[in-house]
Structure formats: C-alpha cells, structure tokens
Design a binder for this molecule. Structure first.
Ligand code: BGC
Length: 758
C-alpha cells in the first residue's frame, strides 16, 4: 500500500538542501523515521536521479563479468557526477572507495551516497574455506562467524554490500558454482543461508563492521541443464517450491536486505524479466522489502535469450518484472527515462525501486556518514588480523571431511614417521584460496607443505609428481589445459618408496571450479590419476588429501587408497588446518553436503530422490527397473557421510507424538572409540504416501554432539508441521495425515528407523 506522508516539512528542508552545495539529504529531521526520510528524498528527485539510483557500475579496474564497452570509464565518471549512479561494485580499499564516494556525495546535486558492492563470498583478503566446504562443517555458529569476519574485514576496506550468500541448491557436480553454495539439500541450505545473512548483517546494519547481504541467484540457477553454467533451467512446480525456493524464503525471513536475480531462464522466461519470481513471489507473497539487483549484464542478456528484442525492450521487461537495480547492462541509465515517459514502465515502479534502494542506504547509516567505511587506520588494523586468521583456521578444520580411514592409517604419528608429500597442490599457495577470492593476493595461503613442515619433527620429503594444470592462474582465466607431462613421476615414485606414509594432495586447482568452470568429467584432472596409481604401485600406505570445489568421482581411489581426506579449498589457513587434522589434533567432524558419485554418468545424483514406479527388484534376471546396466545406483559417498577418528553407536530410537502435529524423536549416541569426537546426528523423514510424491528421505533436523570416549548422550530433535509438510502443486503448504518413517544416524545412509502416523 502506498504510504501517505506529509511532505511540507521535508520539502522546506529539501529546498534548503538544494540551495546548499555539498549538503547531503541527511539533514532531514531526526524525528522522521527511515520511510519518511526516503519519501521526502524521493519527492525532490528528478526522474533521471531516480533512475540513477537504479544504476550500478563496475569500478574501473577488476571485472567479474564480461569486460565493459570501450570508453566506459569516461562515461561512468560523467554519470557519477550527474548523480546517475546509485551503486558501484568492484571498487575496493578505503582510498578508492572514498574517491568515488566523494564524487557522489560532494559533486552531485543531491549528494546521495553510493552503496559499494563486492563479492565477499568466503572472506575478503583473508580467505575462509569455499562455501561448499564450510557447509560440510554443519556448524552454523562457525559459518556465521566466518561471514561475520568477512564482513569485518571487507567493511574496513570500504565495502558495505556483499553479493552473498549464494543459496542456490544444486545436485549437479558438473556445475562449477557448486563450490559457492551449501550443496544439494534444502533444509541444510536454508539453515546455512540464515547463518550467513546473520553473520554479514549482524543485528544492526548501521554498525560499521556489518554489511548488507544478498541472496542469490533468484532463481533456479543451480539447476542449469547438464551442469553447464548459464544454461537453460526447466523445473516443475514441486521442485521450485520444495527444493529451490525455501533457502531464499529463509533469507527473507532472516531480514536479508537484497536479492540478486539470475542469468538463467526459468521455464522459458529469463529470471531477470520474470515478474512471477520477483514481483509475485518475492515482493508480494514473501513481503520482501529490500531491493533486487540484476546479475552482471543480465538485463542486456535477455536479448541473447531471445526474450527482448533490444536494450530498450530489455529495460522495460526487467523494470516491469521487478529488477530494481541494473548491474552493468547500461539498460536503465540509457532507456528507462524514455520508457517512463512513454508509459511503458510505470512511474510507481520506479518510485518503488528507488525507495527500496534508498531505504537500505539509510539503514546502513550512509546518509549520516557516507565515509563511515573509509577509515585507513581501521583498514590497516583489521586486514589480516590475528583474530581473523584464528577464526578462519577454526572453520577450515571444521570443514574437512574424513571420507575413509582403513587400518587407522590416520592420524599420522607425530614422531618417527618418514612422510613423503606428493602433488603440485601440496606446495601451492594460491590454489587453496579457491575460486571467488578476488581481493586476496596470490600465494597468500599456507600450503599443506608449509603446514605439515611446521607441525612436527617427522622427516618430510616433497615431490611434485605432476602439475595439475598449466595455463594462466589469474582470476579471469580458466585452467582448462591439463598437463600431460609425466617427467616428474619418477622423482615422486622414488620419494614414496622410502616413506612410511605417503600423503598425496591431488584434485582441482582453485580456478577449476567456480563461475563458468563447468566440467564434463569428475575425475582428477590431468595425469593425477596416473600419478596416484604409479605411487600406489610402490607404496600402498597412502593418505589422499583431496582439493576440489565439487564432488569428484574417485572410485578407483576409494577401492585402493586406505585413507582419504576431503580438504576442498580451505582458504588462507589451509596448510595449518590440514596438518592439525592429519596429526589428530583436530578430530575430523565434517559431513558431506553433496553426494559423491561413482561415475559422472550418475549425475545429477542426490540422496533425496524419488522412488519411481520401479525402484528395485529382487530378481536378478529382470531388466526393466530404474537402473544402469553399467554402474550401480549407489553413490560413492552419500550426503551426510563423514568419519571421525572415533566411532559412534546409535541406539534406542524413540518417536513420541505431541499435540499439534508435532513429533519428538530421541536417540542415544555413544562414543565407542578411544578419543573424543564430534558427531552430526542427522534426522531424516519419509512421508510414505502423499498427494505429491515425496522423496525417499528428507533431512529435517540435525544436532552436533561432542562426546568423550565411552560416554552417551540422549539427543532429542523435534519435528513440527514446518518439517512434516510440503508444497503441493498449487503452491500451498500442506500437512497431510498418513504414515511416516523417521531415520536417524551419522549420514543419509543410516539404518536406524522408526514409524509414526500423523
Ligand atoms: C555472478 C554474480 C556476481 C556478479 C558480480 C556475476 O558474474 O554471477 O554472482 O555477484 O558477477 O561480480
């Protein structure tokens, strides 16, 4: 509903402002609330100034999308001076942020400050694990903390808006951007989405250590066909409502201030021009009161999609569909004013978009002090501080997943072991930073080699064995050329021959996942598989430490290698985190947030699949059931899998029905091993018969428990109607009476189960 406010006082003040150069509209009376201030400011803005607020430009240096047109820098400066720019991205560091902010505040007619955006995806200069890795911690406090310190460090460098969290659910490991999300599960993904929003935004946006979060990419981006980035998305109502939407909705409920739309089309309509997504669902149904930014150039890309015939049509479609801010399409700044004058875009839509944007700026406190994030002293003091590095190390070790550990090869002994360390990634100080670490300097991670060397007095001999890839390692380039060079194999083999234990760090370079880094193979890139087999031929005592931004199909390794540690891309503190886990000073507690396939042909493979009409057969002669003739249906490692240096036993699963469709589930968990360990107790349900078929299992609760040897804890988890219901195909949330199963254990492949009826 349109608010009615009395403009008389603000307008008088506004006239004052207009006649007073170098003033900003922060002079509105403090008795006005933010909405009133926004309305007052809006009332004195020209159409062009309003559209300017809806225009976002990239800075003049780094790009995170296709390079802008020639000669744009001059135009950008001119537009900045005229007040035709509401936001900039990729301007970093106090000095540069201050320079652009100064133009906006001191040279434009109204002096409206810019909001400064940046992809603070997993840290700013000090890098946390990639988001997929952090999701493996299942530790919401640690994830929140990681976002908090990312906000702290980036805000000290002038940034006040991050394009994170990416809350796209994805079941396709070929898609390079799975590294940036929380994996395949909606329940876990929603919890993590909330933790990240809370971490970035804190409880008070005006606090200078907090920044605005952005839930992206709305919607469906993680379901791009065949895992190829930017590809078409065609999903049904049930998947949209039950799988894709919930993490986005959770961020709205958690108070996220911005959304980013998406490059993909969804069921024939590009997300950027999609009024169903942005107006009907997000703004009307969910009552989102923040603003929506387009993805990089996505307004213009609607021309290539075959949806808009030119930039003018693209601007019209995007604005009418509820995209409030244009990132680097130049569509709004060039076309929108004509469109409003021709009544093709309603002035009310413009006002609505501008109000949303101004409101966030007021909430950040930018009108009170546009330079509040521009303090060089603070920047120096905060960047790379010990506290930030300590927090990064903490979440890095919690993100590691022990996939396999035969004969207790791990933990390594601290004395008297001869260790051979093999693999180019073991010595790499850039790759562990992963993708999306734009502000971090290359070579700033602690390598596994450094971490292990510093850790014990064991003899440690290093051999590269083989490069992972050759090619440029700068952000903008893809490492697609895998090396075939095996000339270093023999050195590695000799080193391995003489060792008690061989630690091999293999996998993907940090830039082999991320945006536009889709793969058709999930094998170890290059000649690494051959290297692994060649080393195995001389020494079977191998600990394989995987570095990767997505699940890999390492089936041979699983069959042969006794110990496998999933170490992802863990960021700045990688080597220290890996060393602490390998030497047992941190007992691994991570659990996979995404299913690992046996073979890329199984993808998309995920634990919460539907049963089909022909799920299995007891008769080996029957061919006609849902399976492959050349591979099992089973994953290599299921969702939720992760071992510890101790063992946990689950017993006494009990289900108690409470009033109001609530169910209490309890289980006893005992540490039956010899060291203290942490376990993520996972609760899954299955709604056996429903008006819309339900998955064979759905995660609906989890709890982290720490247990000393020979101790038991009774864990209780509650299911409410929120967990027991689902969205039907009319988009209504329903709880249907009937029979349910409940499963509890340490992975989605748990055997303990019970029944209840609603
Ligand atoms: C990505 C977004 C990112 C934006 C700005 C795009 O290419 O899809 O996630 O926030 O660039 O860097």
């Amino acid at each position: 509903m349109k608010k009615v406010i009395i403009y008389s006082i603000p307008i008088v003040m506004a006239i004052g402002i207009l006649s007073c150069k170098n003033s900003t509209p922060n002079n509105f009376s403090n008795s006005l609330n933010i909405d009133q201030k926004v309305d007052s400011l809006l009332s004195i803005m020209t159409l062009e100034e309003k559209i300017g607020q809806m225009n976002q430009y990239n800075g003049f240096w780094d790009v995170t999308g296709p390079t802008p047109k020639d000669g744009d820098a001059a135009k950008k400066y001119e537009h900045l001076r005229k007040g035709y720019v509401g936001s900039m991205l990729n301007v970093t560091g106090v000095k540069d942020v201050r320079a652009v902010q100064k133009i906006a505040v001191e040279e434009t007619r109204l002096g409206i400050p810019l909001i400064i955006g940046f992809d603070v995806i997993h840290g700013y200069k000090t890098i946390s694990p990639i988001p997929l890795a952090e999701a493996a911690s299942w530790d919401l406090d640690a994830i929140k903390k990681s976002s908090e310190i990312a906000a702290l460090e980036s805000s000290a460098a002038g940034i006040n808006w991050t394009f994170a969290p990416m809350v796209d659910i994805s079941r396709d490991a070929r898609w390079g951007r799975v590294m940036e999300g929380a994996g395949e599960d909606t329940y876990l993904g929603s919890k993590i989405a909330v933790a990240r929003v809370q971490g970035f935004q804190g409880s008070n946006l005006a606090d200078k250590a907090t920044i605005v979060a952005c839930a992206k990419h709305f919607a469906g981006y993680g379901f791009s066909e065949s895992g190829r980035d930017y590809n078409t998305v065609d999903v049904g109502t049930s998947t949209l409502n039950n799988i894709i939407f919930p993490p986005f909705k959770a961020t709205v409920d958690a108070g996220v201030k911005t959304f980013m739309n998406s490059f993909n089309e969804l069921n024939g309509v590009p997300a950027t021009g999609n009024a169903f997504l942005q107006r009907e669902v997000l703004k009307d149904k969910w009552n989102f009161d923040g603003f929506v930014v387009s993805d990089w150039g996505s307004i213009k890309e609607m021309i290539a999609h075959g949806y808009a015939k030119d930039l003018n049509a693209a601007a019209e479609l995007a604005a009418n569909a509820g995209s409030d801010m244009d990132m680097e399409s130049y569509a709004y700044v060039e076309e929108l004013s004509k469109l409003v004058k021709e009544n093709k875009v309603s002035a009310n839509f413009i006002d609505d978009a501008v109000k949303r944007i101004l409101k966030v700026k007021y909430e950040l406190g930018l009108f009170d002090d546009p330079y509040k994030y521009c303090n060089e002293e603070r920047e120096k003091e905060v960047t790379g501080s010990k506290a930030i590095n300590d927090a990064v190390l903490d979440v890095a070790k919690k993100s590691i997943v022990l996939l396999k550990n035969e004969n207790n090869l791990l933990p390594l002994k601290k004395n008297g072991q001869k260790i051979a360390l093999i693999g180019a990634l073991a010595a790499d100080k850039t790759s562990p930073l992963g993708s999306w670490r734009i502000a971090a300097e290359d070579s700033t991670a602690v390598s596994v080699l450094e971490g292990m060397k510093n850790y014990t007095n064991n003899t440690l001999t290093y051999a590269k064995g083989a490069d992972v890839a050759v090619g440029k390692t700068e952000f903008a380039f893809e490492l697609k050329i895998n090396t075939t060079d095996k000339s270093e194999f023999s050195k590695a083999i000799n080193t391995a021959k003489n060792a008690d234990v061989v630690v091999m760090v293999l996998g993907e370079h940090g830039y082999q996942s991320g945006e536009a880094r889709s793969r058709t193979s999930l094998d170890l890139p290059g000649v690494q598989q051959e290297l692994l087999e060649a080393v195995y031929a001389v020494n079977k005592n191998i600990v394989l430490v995987l570095n990767n931004g997505r699940p890999l199909a390492i089936t041979w390794a699983d069959e042969h290698i006794p110990a496998i540690v999933e170490a992802w891309h863990l960021g700045t503190q990688t080597g220290n985190a890996v060393a602490q886990v390998l030497y047992g000073d941190y007992n691994p507690s991570g659990k996979l947030p995404m299913t690992f396939p046996r073979n890329v042909g199984q993808v998309p493979i995920y634990y919460n699949y539907k049963n089909t009409g022909r799920p299995s057969t007891d008769n080996p002669d029957i061919v006609f059931w849902s399976h492959y003739i050349d591979e099992s249906n089973k994953p290599l490692y299921p969702f939720g899998h992760g071992l510890s240096y101790t063992k946990f036993k689950y017993r006494n699963l009990k289900v108690v029905k409470l009033p109001n469709n609530e169910v209490e589930v309890s289980v006893e968990v005992t540490n039956i091993g010899s060291v203290t360990g942490k376990e993520v107790v996972q609760l899954y349900i299955r709604d056996l018969f429903a008006s819309v078929t339900r998955p064979v299992k759905e995660l609906k609760g989890f709890k982290m428990v720490e247990l000393e040897p020979n101790t038991t804890k009774n864990i209780t988890l509650k299911l409410t109607s929120k967990e027991l219901g689902f969205f039907n195909n009319k988009g209504e949330f329903v709880i249907e009476p009937g029979d349910f199963k409940v499963f509890v254990g340490g992975s989605s492949y748990t055997s303990l189960e019970a029944d209840f009826t609603l």
